[in-house]
Design a protein around this ligand. Structure first.
Ligand code: PMP
Length: 427
C-alpha cells in the first residue's frame, strides 16, 4: 500500500512544497498532508484507507457533498460527447441564463476557469470602464494570485507570512490601495483623498480568507454609497460566498447591488470554473463586443458546464439553504458549548454554510482580532481533530464549510472528536 508519507516524500522533490496549492501542504499546522484517494458525501478517504469528516469541501465547492450522484451523472453524460470543443456549446447559454437569473445584479456573464481569472478580469474591466488605475482591497482578503491582489492578502499568503508577494512589481503594487475590513471611516477617508483615481473597490462581502468575518451592519451599504458617490465600481468577490451564503450569494443575503461580481467554486460543481459579470453597459466592454481583452481556450468547457449546471439545480431545491443554515448553527453552537465546558476561550462566526472558529474570548470582527487569536492552540486542535478523523482547514485563517451531506450523525461525531481534541490541545 502506498502511504501518505511516501507520496509526500516523492512529491516534495517534484513540486514546490510537495503540492499544487500552498495551504494544502499543512506547513503552518505542522505535520504532513494526507493524500485523498476518494471522496463521498461528507467524507474523504486517504490512500491508507482512513476516513475523515470533511469541513473543507475542496475549499468550498462541494456544497451538496462529494460525488453527488446527480452531478456525477451529468458529468458522465457530458463526457460521452467529447471533452472540449473550442466552439460555443448550448450548456454555456443555459449556464449564463441560470446565473443571471439567480444573481440579478448580473445582466451578462463571462465564464472563466478559476476564481483568480475572474477577479483579474474584473479589475481590468473596472479599469477599462472608468479609465482609472487604482483599486482598493482589504487587508486579509484574498482574491486569487493575480499580481494586483498579492498586497496584504489573506489565505495562504497570510498563513505563510508573505501577504505582499515578492515578484509583484512595486509599480503595480502601488496601484493597490488597502483598507482595514469593517472600518467604514477609513474607507471614507481614503475615498475623500483618492476617490477620483479609484477604478474599483473589491471585497469579499463575507471575508473567508482571514478565517470567517462578517460585515458589520451597514458596512457594505456604506461602501456601496462611497463607490457610487466617487464613480468607482463596487466589485463583490463572491468566489467563496456565491451560491454559499444564499442562492443569490452575499449580495442577496445583505441586499446590496454590486456593479461587478466574481464567482468560482460552486459554480463549477467541483470542476475548474469561475465567472464574472455585472451590468450590461459595463460587460459590453469585454472582447469581442468591446476593447477590454479577456479570453480562454477552455472557458465554458462542456464538462465543467454540465457539472456546474447540475450543482445549480440541486441548490435551488426549496429549503436547501435553511437546512444548511440550521446544521451550521448546530455545529458552531455545539462547538462553542464544548469549548466552554473544556474551559477553552473560543468564539465562532457563521453565515449559512460558512463558519469560523476563533481561539479568543472576543467576538471577531476585524483582521487585527483574527490575527491576534491563539494560532498555536488552533494548530494543536487541528492535529487532534485530524487524528480523530475530522478534517478542518489546515490554517487558522481559513473559513470552514458545511454541506448538505453533513447530517446530524456527522455533526455529533464531530462533537465527540472536539471534546477529546480540546482536552488534548489546551495543555
Ligand atoms: N476569491 C476568493 C474570495 C477566494 O476565496 C479564492 C480562492 N479561495 C479566490 C478568489 C481564488 O480562486 P481560485 O483559487 O479558484 O483561483
Amino acid at each position: 500500500m502506498t502511504t501518505n508519507h511516501e507520496l509526500f516524500q516523492r512529491a516534495q522533490h517534484l513540486m514546490p512544497g510537495g503540492v499544487n496549492s500552498p495551504v494544502r501542504a499543512f506547513k503552518s499546522v505542522g505535520g504532513e498532508p494526507f493524500f485523498t484517494a476518494r471522496a463521498d458525501g461528507a467524507y474523504l478517504w486517504d490512500v491508507e484507507g482512513k476516513r475523515y469528516v470533511d469541513y473543507v469541501g475542496s475549499w468550498g465547492p462541494m456544497i451538496v457533498g462529494h460525488n453527488h450522484p446527480h452531478v456525477r451523472a451529468a458529468v458522465e453524460r457530458a463526457v460521452q460527447n467529447g471533452l472540449s470543443y473550442g466552439t460555443p456549446c448550448a450548456a454555456e447559454v443555459t449556464m449564463a441564463e441560470t446565473v443571471t437569473r439567480l444573481v440579478p445584479s448580473m445582466d451578462m456573464v463571462r465564464m472563466v476557469n478559476s476564481g483568480t481569472e475572474a477577479t483579474m478580469a474584473a479589475i481590468r474591466l473596472a479599469r477599462g470602464y472608468t479609465g482609472r488605475n487604482k483599486i482598493v482591497k482589504f487587508e486579509g482578503c484574498y482574491h486569487g494570485h493575480g499580481d494586483a491582489f498579492l498586497v496584504k492578502a489573506g489565505s495562504g499568503a497570510l498563513t505563510f507570512g508573505v501577504p505582499t508577494s515578492p515578484g509583484v512589481p512595486s509599480g503595480l503594487a502601488d496601484l493597490t490601495l488597502t483598507l482595514p475590513y469593517n472600518d467604514l471611516a477609513a474607507a471614507e477617508k481614503l475615498f475623500a483623498e483618492a476617490g477620483d483615481d479609484i477604478a474599483g473597490l473589491i471585497i469579499e462581502p463575507v471575508a473567508g480568507n482571514m478565517n470567517c468575518i462578517l460585515p458589520r451592519d451597514g458596512y457594505l451599504q456604506g461602501l456601496r454609497d462611497l463607490c457610487t458617490k466617487h464613480g468607482a465600481l463596487l466589485i463583490f468577490d463572491e468566489v467563496m460566498t456565491g451560491f454559499r451564503v444564499a442562492l443569490g450569494g452575499a449580495q442577496a443575503h445583505y441586499g446590496i447591488t454590486p456593479d461587478l461580481s466574481t464567482f468560482g467554486k460552486i459554480i463549477g460543481g467541483g470542476m475548474p470554473v469561475g465567472a464574472y459579470g455585472g451590468r450590461r453597459e459595463i460587460m459590453r466592454l469585454i472582447a469581442p463586443s468591446g476593447p477590454v481583452y479577456q479570453a480562454g481556450t477552455l472557458s465554458g468547457n462542456p464538462v465543467a458546464m454540465a457539472a456546474g449546471l447540475a450543482m445549480l439545480e440541486l441548490i435551488q431545491t426549496p429549503g436547501f439553504y435553511a437546512e444548511i443554515d440550521r446544521k451550521t448553527r448546530v455545529l458552531t453552537d455545539g462547538l462553542a458549548a464544548i469549548a466552554l465546558e473544556a474551559g477553552v476561550s473560543m468564539t465562532t462566526n457563521r453565515v449559512c454554510g460558512m463558519f469560523g472558529l476563533f481561539f479568543t474570548s472576543e467576538k471577531v470582527e476585524t483582521f487585527a482580532q483574527a490575527t491576534a487569536c491563539d494560532t498555536a492552540l488552533f494548530n494543536r486542535f487541528f492535529q487532534a481533530m485530524l487524528e480523530r478523523g475530522v478534517y478542518l482547514a489546515p490554517s487558522a485563517f481559513e473559513a470552514g464549510f458545511v454541506s448538505s451531506a453533513h447530517d446530524d450523525g456527522v455533526i455529533a461525531a464531530t462533537f465527540d472528536a472536539a471534546r477529546e481534541s480540546l482536552r488534548v490541545a489546551k495543555n
